[in-house]
Write a protein that binds this ligand. Structure first.
Ligand code: NAI
Ligand code: AKG
Length: 387
């Protein structure tokens, strides 16, 4: 029986993919084979040795110690693109709400309760305070052209915006998805200097943390509107508040508010709602569950952020799955141990990603515990599974 520990609420649309005869799942599990998580931070968690895989039902993996997991042979999956449409839709709302003073106007309307026949007169008299510009014809800078960034670019362009896209690591797939109308920005400076609205859609990592700070804001147009539906740590909180006070930035729309930002008139904040639609929760949970099933039952790796992709159709043979370091001569060490033990390799796949590598072999002959013990003791071999 495979045990799946749930660190967050995971949609039943995902969980129903687990065969009840083979899997059990719960929030508490003594020796889980795998973990399903959304945004819960796993950095201070001690993982039981039984954990073979973690599936993040979502895109961002900054809540998971991915490198440490790799070093311990724990495969971390995410669900690329599964919640991108949900985020795109909220970004479109963010663009409009950063322009038109919708939120304060709705609050003001409530103050008119009890004015009876005077309401319509007061509305017409007071609405002038809530004038805001249209987005059509304005320039939007999109930083990060992945699953979300591409959708945002195309949708904003269709709404009449002039869109600049910046991504030094643009994938071929993403490039295919971008409308030809999107202006290719070759530097962040180009985005900062030209755009009336800027939205960030990059992962939070060493390179991107704090990328929006007093220095980058200084390069932006006066009155720029900034949207952050990616991660709070991308934006220096003190610097954005100062820029809002000085009216350099006229609005900061964020899905990741900090204590000091709450209540600032220039801040429009949502409680990390980007992916909170039933459609995206179902999509993410389904993709995450299927990734775990394919890994636990077949050894196949798809959409891992810390291991190479590798797949082979399941055959009648015993499958040996080896996570190892990407260094010379490991494969020959493995094959030597196997041949010394009269084990023949029928099918094999090997792939690598940076310092990690994965070798999957369908073998005939008996893979005894002593064989796996010999292999595990080899320098550079991190984890072995026999399926
Ligand atoms: N608010 C929410 O609920 C959600 C937030 N997110 C956040 O949005 C981020 C992006 O999500 P996706 O588009 O699905 O991910 P993705 O992985 O498809 O796209 C990220 C893109 O950023 C690019 N990138 C990386 N470093 C960059 C840099 N220094 N400058 C410019 N581009 C850079 C990559 O090349 C990639 O194309 C996630 O990492 C996550 O933090 C994602 C989903 C939901
Ligand atoms: O699961 C969620 O609601 C958060 C989604 C998210 O932030 C992500 O996918 O990176």
């Amino acid at each position: 029986m495979y045990q799946i520990k749930l660190l967050n609420k995971i949609s039943p649309a995902g969980l129903e993919n687990f065969d009840r005869d083979l899997y059990s799942w719960a929030e508490e599990m003594e020796e889980p084979d795998a973990i399903m998580v959304r945004s819960a931070s796993m950095h201070d968690m001690e993982l039981p040795k039984s954990v073979k895989a973690i599936a993040r039902a979502g895109a961002g993996v900054n809540n998971i110690p991915c490198d440490e997991c790799a070093a311990n042979g724990v495969v971390v999956f995410n669900t690329p693109g599964a919640n991108a449409n949900a985020v795109k839709e909220l970004v479109l709302l963010g663009l409009l709400i950063s322009s038109r003073k919708v939120a304060p106007s709705m609050e003001w309307i409530k103050t008119l309760k009890g004015e009876g026949d005077q309401v319509s007169k007061l509305v017409e008299k007071g609405k002038g305070k809530f004038v805001g510009p249209e987005i059509s014809g304005k320039a939007l800078g999109v930083i990060g052209l992945g699953a979300i960034g591409v959708l945002v670019c195309n949708a904003a362009s269709a709404l009449g915006m002039k869109v600049y896209g910046y991504d030094p690591y643009l994938s071929v797939d993403a490039a295919w998805g971008l409308s030809h109308k999107i202006q290719h920005a070759t530097s962040l400076k180009e985005i900062y200097e030209n755009c009336d609205y800027i939205t960030v859609h990059v992962p939070c990592n060493k390179e991107t943390k704090g990328m929006i700070n007093s220095e980058s804001i200084a390069m932006m147009k006066n009155g720029v509107r900034l949207l952050n539906f990616a991660r709070g740590e991308l934006v220096d909180s003190a610097d954005i508040l100062e820029a809002l006070d000085e009216k350099k930035v006229s609005c900061y729309v964020t899905d990741f508010v900090t204590d000091e930002q709450i209540g600032h008139p220039g801040v429009v904040a949502f409680p990390h709602l980007g992916a909170s639609t039933p459609e995206s929760e179902d999509n993410c949970a389904r993709m995450a569950a299927l990734e775990l099933i394919d890994y636990l039952e077949n050894g196949n790796i798809k959409n891992s952020v810390n291991m190479p992709a590798a797949s082979m159709p399941k055959s009648k043979y015993t499958r040996l799955c080896v996570i190892h370091k990407n260094v010379p001569s490991i494969i020959s060490k493995i094959t030597t141990v196997l041949s010394d033990n009269q084990i023949n390799i029928e099918n094999m796949v090997n792939s690598s990603k940076q310092e990690m590598a994965y070798t999957m072999m369908d073998v005939s002959g008996t893979v005894s515990d002593s064989v796996t013990d010999i292999l595990t003791a080899e320098d550079g071999i991190i984890r072995i599974r026999v399926i």
